[in-house]
Design a protein around this ligand. Structure first.
Ligand code: NAD
Ligand code: 13P
Length: 412
């Protein structure tokens, strides 16, 4: 039987942390997974500071490729400094090469970059691969709002679940205990090798390996065709157990659920609430004000899910899972969105300015999500029904002040 090949698309603070978890588990489960884990890195030059243990006198201050530094020192010195990465992680700057022949694709990068990345790999992945999106954000277009798990899955013609939880990356990278929620509920894969070949079907499991016409088109509308070297039935099933084995660590406990929409929405919307928590904390209003923000925020998250994703969303995902209320609490305590918003109020500068000054290239997601959610609500005349989401966007735009928050929340 073939083993699953795992690729992580993304290598930021969370991307590198998840790569560490997966590489530990592929090493520990050699019968199920190829030990080597591919990590796609958006290539950039880094300069190793003189006081770093990796400083090389011969190279001096010459900029080096981040991928080369990661592969040599097994540390992502820019996005996850101080954390040793397992040596079976291979940093790869070539996205198509990184995803080639992978049966498991983990998408983990700031949401503004996912569109371009998917364009590059469309038609270059196994049609029966399965994905998990660790992205916290929603995809808003003129037509409406969709989840990145859906959007990635539809765009690439594969099934994609979602992982989200109370997961501050730096704590998990240091192996401090936490929980996470994985929503993964794929259609059953037909693994009987007697099944009739169905061209283009991601669930195809034929006795003969056919020339499969991938259901993808490139930018010029041409369809790609790939000669597969294996079929789904050649691999262990890509079921919930497989993903539990891949993600669960003694310090990272996994709860598997089926509510992909609830998990994805919770992770996206809590970032907007975390900004509000940072705003009131920055004004020095204390824990009661922050708790009020969390209460109102949670209500708006549930309302948004129910209103726009209907019956597919379960309220319990917001109120009981790590992806929901637990992530809201941790994000409003020590998340980057919270910290940037707090510093912005304290210093009297914009959140975006703080992000640039403080995060060394890391990206917060709440600012774009607040804007995207607002444009979606505004287009439907629903801004007043979501006073907290609306207030956050208005404060970011300078149309409202933090001091307006109590009045704006009057009826919440
Ligand atoms: P990050 O903010 O640490 O890093 C930014 C990443 O974006 C880097 O890997 C950088 O190489 C990459 N990048 C920059 N420009 C790019 C471009 N043009 N194209 C593609 N990539 C580019 O990222 P992160 O923390 O790993 O966040 C990924 C996702 O995980 C986000 O949706 C975030 O909300 C979520 N998340 C983060 C944490 C956390 O604690 N960091 C925890 C849970 C979830
Ligand atoms: P920030 O991006 O605000 O740091 O949130 C991290 C997170 O999602 C914790 O679960």
């Amino acid at each position: 039987q073939k083993k699953h090949k795992v690729t992580i698309v993304g290598s930021g603070n969370w991307g590198s942390t998840i790569a560490k978890i997966l590489a530990e588990n592929t090493r520990a489960n050699a019968g199920l997974f190829e030990e080597e884990v591919q990590m796609w890195v958006y290539e950039e030059d880094v300069t190793i500071p003189k006081d770093s243990k990796y400083y090389d006198k011969a190279a001096g201050d010459k900029p080096q490729k981040l991928t080369e530094v990661i592969n040599k020192h097994h540390e992502n010195i820019k996005y996850l400094p101080g954390i040793a990465l397992p040596s079976n992680i291979v940093a790869n700057p070539d996205i198509r090469d990184a995803v080639r022949d992978s049966t498991i694709l983990i998408f983990n990068l700031p949401h503004q970059f996912i569109g371009n990345v998917c364009k590059q790999i469309n038609g270059h992945i196994l049609p029966f691969a399965r994905g998990i999106s660790c992205i916290k954000g929603v995809n808003v277009t003129d037509d409406g709002v969709s989840l990145f798990s859906e959007w990635i899955g539809d765009g690439l013609g594969i099934y994609c679940g979602a992982l989200s939880g109370a997961n501050l990356a730096r704590e998990i990278a240091a192996e401090k205990w936490s929980e996470t929620t994985i929503a993964y509920d794929p259609p059953a894969m037909d693994n009987s090798r007697a099944a009739t070949p169905r061209t283009g079907s991601p669930n195809n499991a034929a006795a003969e390996i056919p020339e499969i016409e991938l259901p993808h088109k490139d930018a010029r509308g041409r369809t790609s065709s790939t000669k597969l070297t294996a079929m789904p039935g050649d691999y262990p099933p890509l079921d919930q157990d497989c993903f539990r084995t891949l993600f669960h660590r003694p310090y990272f406990h996994v709860q598997l659920v089926s509510d992909v929409a609830g998990v994805s929405l919770s992770g996206a919307l809590k970032n907007v609430v975390a900004l509000a928590a940072g705003f009131v904390d920055g004004r020095g209003w204390g824990d009661n004000a922050k708790a009020a923000i969390m209460r109102i925020g949670l209500m708006e998250m549930v309302k948004f899910g129910k209103e726009f994703f209907g019956e597919t969303v379960q309220t319990a995902t917001f109120t009981e899972s790590s992806a929901g209320v637990a992530d809201l609490i941790t994000s409003c305590s020590g998340g980057r969105n919270f910290r940037c918003a707090k510093i912005a109020v304290e210093k009297g500068i914009s959140v975006q300015e703080v992000e640039k000054q403080e995060l060394n290239g890391q990206k917060i997601q709440g600012t774009t999500t607040a804007e995207e959610v607002n444009s979606f609500l505004k287009a439907r005349g629903l801004e007043s029904e979501y006073p907290l989401f609306t207030a956050v966007n208005d404060i970011l735009l300078g149309k409202r002040q933090v001091d307006d928050i109590p009045n704006l929340m009057q009826d919440s």
